[in-house]
Design a protein around this ligand. Structure first.
Ligand SMILES: [Zn+2]
Length: 653
């Protein structure tokens, strides 16, 4: 049986080409996310979280909408951990800029950015179905929404219980296909398939716009309940809800009162998403209560100075009601000192114990080999829980150089030479020789025949060797893909900004296929049709639609015009191999004819099939007779006969 990736007709989030939308985003399960669950639920879409549309609601003060972002671990592997976080942090500004440009009196506050734990990295965006349409693997659109929107999942608890927020957005890495996102219309959930670029950021404003009742252009969604909830063409660009995704969308929702370059970006009758959204944000903001603020949090200093060989200690204080435990995240942000070179933490979580007004976090500073000037990075408090940020929520850290030796040792990587699909393996990086220095070694993967994020989880690891440390390990994952295929390879390599020596700098891993093996079908192909006696005939064998099992290809040769014995010649294509060669050396027969013909009939062993092609039309081979009475006459005849043969080439069926 062979499998293909496809969308099931009953998929709950209906995706349109480009950006996508959905009629509802609520999936309900009672426990773990099983395939059975999804199958059972796919007939029971509920609209429990859908809000009724309101329009033209007058509002005075800006409406705040609380949003919790969840991200997939694989996103950070693809974008890099630091760049990935910067991308996620930019979502709030992107949405708020779009709201502001549209004259909508509302703003979004990202309450927290949390890695999802319920969604496996290997899950493809769309579900995988078998030949008979049966679901073999649920898609990430379904699985993620179940985790975010149903009790019993950590994500749901963080979103609805801890933060009691109004909207939840799940961001994972874009892999393949035309869908860049999906969202529930008048719902609370959206999904972004991110490439880490501006188009992906624009998609966040688009998808959450669906949550607020906005929709695509009229041509794309003509019969929408709210006639004016449509996007608009605005000069040479489009408003953000347009279904195009080529990067030409303006960061605004359609609004007939706003002009860009002298062209009004909306129409009162047909395209006023701003009016729809303005009418809906109030109700959206009341979806849940939010978290009461009971105090204020501050850093204890505006500047910190630390030597490279020290650990940065940061103390935080809080005021107000301190009776309950609470927390805030302390982010480290690049200036002249950068993540992965001078410091190694994206953020640290400062936790205030109950009845405690202070909390402490520490940051490792890399005591690198480079003699350098003073460098700085910034501390920024984000995502305070039950707290507001005081004016003292940012600081500058000065790193003072410490002179070091230049020898950081010799590094080697070892990894499993093969991994079975669906398995993970341990990669070990060791350091020998001089071990007294600190150094960061980066381990990254490169595609061979295997493709990152399709066949395996991309590797992107910052390995921080402190003084005296000689070994670091991490895991690498090969993914199951429901496709019967040949073993594929990828390579993990070490690099470093520091000048270090390598004993083994890279390791290749082969992914062994586990899917139901098919022998496949074989094409035998040969470009020539005419041979001279004694010449070797070669057919290329290529296998399609399978790789499993050793297959014997048999060519049986007969001579229609002569009573010669038939000859059987075989060739073997190995298990997991897709190519082979069949050869036969024509006999040098003692007959004296202009030419004679041979026919090869083909057969494959087992379940395999074979399709002969010779110049994709026939299997007939002519053999030029070169026997003669001998001597010089032989050459004569050959010279004379050769052109004739070409002219008289006969075509058989
Ligand atoms: Zn859309």
């Amino acid at each position: 049986m062979k499998f293909k990736h496809s969308l099931l007709a009953t998929a709950l989030i209906a995706s349109l080409s480009g950006t996508a939308l959905a009629k509802s985003d609520l999936f309900i399960t009672s426990g773990g996310i099983s395939l059975e669950d999804i199958k059972a639920r796919s007939a029971q879409v509920t609209d429990a979280s859908t809000l009724s549309l309101e329009t033209d609601t007058a509002v005075d003060s800006p409406i705040e909408l609380d949003l919790v972002l969840f991200y997939q671990n694989s996103l950070m592997k693809v974008l890099g951990e630091y760049e990935g976080y910067q991308h996620l942090l930019a979502i709030e500004d992107t949405i708020n800029e779009t709201l502001e440009n549209s004259d909508i009196n509302a703003f979004v506050t990202v309450k927290d950015i949390v890695m999802t734990t319920s969604v496996d990295d290997s899950i493809p965006y769309t579900q995988v179905t078998g030949d008979d349409g049966e679901v073999l693997q649920a898609g990430v659109d379904e699985v993620s929404s179940i985790a975010m929107l149903n009790s019993g999942f950590e994500e749901y608890d963080i979103y609805t219980q801890k933060w009691q927020a109004d909207h939840v957005m799940y961001v994972t890495d874009y892999r393949t296909g035309t869908t860049l996102g999906a969202a529930g219309i008048n719902g609370e959930y959206s999904i972004i398939l991110s490439s880490g670029d501006d188009t992906s950021l624009a998609t966040t404003a688009h998808e959450i716009g669906h949550n607020w009742g906005g929709n695509h252009e009229y041509d794309n969604v003509p019969d929408y309940a709210v006639a004016y909830a449509h996007a608009w063409e605005c000069g040479s660009s489009y408003t953000i809800m347009h279904s195009t995704n080529d990067g030409t969308r303006e960061p605004m929702y359609s609004n007939p009162d706003i002009a860009v370059d002298g062209v009004y970006c909306g129409d009162e009758v047909e395209a006023d998403n701003a009016r729809v959204i303005s009418g809906n944000v109030s109700a959206s903001s009341q979806r849940r209560e939010g978290v009461d603020v009971v105090g204020e949090v501050s850093l204890d200093a505006a500047t910190y100075t630390v030597y490279e060989d020290e650990t940065l200690v940061v103390t935080l204080t809080r005021t107000g009601d301190i009776s309950n435990e609470t927390s805030v995240k302390v982010f480290a942000e690049n200036d002249t000192a950068t993540f992965g070179q001078d410091f190694v933490d994206i953020y640290q979580t400062a936790t205030f114990d109950a009845d405690s007004s202070t909390a402490t976090v520490t940051f490792d500073i890399v005591n690198d080999l480079i003699d350098e000037e003073e460098e700085t990075f910034n501390l920024v408090l984000r995502f305070p829980y039950t707290l507001s940020l005081s004016d003292d929520s940012e600081a500058t850290v000065f790193i003072e150089n410490v002179a070091n030796g230049t020898d950081a040792g010799t590094f080697s990587i070892t990894a499993p030479t093969s991994l079975v699909e669906g398995d993970s393996g341990t990669v070990t990086v060791t350091r020998t020789g001089e071990t007294s220095q600190e150094v960061i070694v980066l381990a990254t993967s490169e595609d061979g025949t295997a493709e990152a994020e399709i066949d395996y989880l991309q590797v992107n690891e910052n390995l921080y060797f402190k003084a005296g440390e000689t070994q670091k390990t991490f895991t690498t994952e090969a993914w199951a893909d429901y496709t019967d295929e040949i073993a594929q390879t990828y390579t993990i390599s070490l690099s470093s900004d520091a000048s270090i020596a390598y004993e083994a700098q890279s390791a290749e891993i082969s992914i062994v296929d586990t899917d139901d093996g098919e022998a496949g079908s074989f094409i035998v192909e040969n470009g020539d049709t005419t041979y001279t006696e004694g010449e070797t005939i070669t057919y290329d064998i290529n296998r399609y639609y399978g790789v499993t099992g050793e297959v014997t290809i048999t060519g049986t040769i007969t001579w229609p015009d002569y009573d010669f014995d038939e000859v059987t010649v075989t060739a073997t294509v190995d298990d997991q191999s897709i190519t082979g060669t069949w050869t036969y050396t024509t006999p040098d027969l003692d007959i004296d004819e202009e030419k004679y013909e041979m026919v090869i009939s083909w057969e494959a062993s087992g379940e395999a099939t074979v399709n002969p092609r010779t110049n994709s039309s026939n299997t007939i081979t002519s053999i030029v007779e070169e026997q003669s009475s001998g001597g010089a006459m032989n050459i004569w005849l050959l010279l004379l006969l050769t052109p004739m043969v070409f002219l008289r080439r006969v075509s058989f069926k």
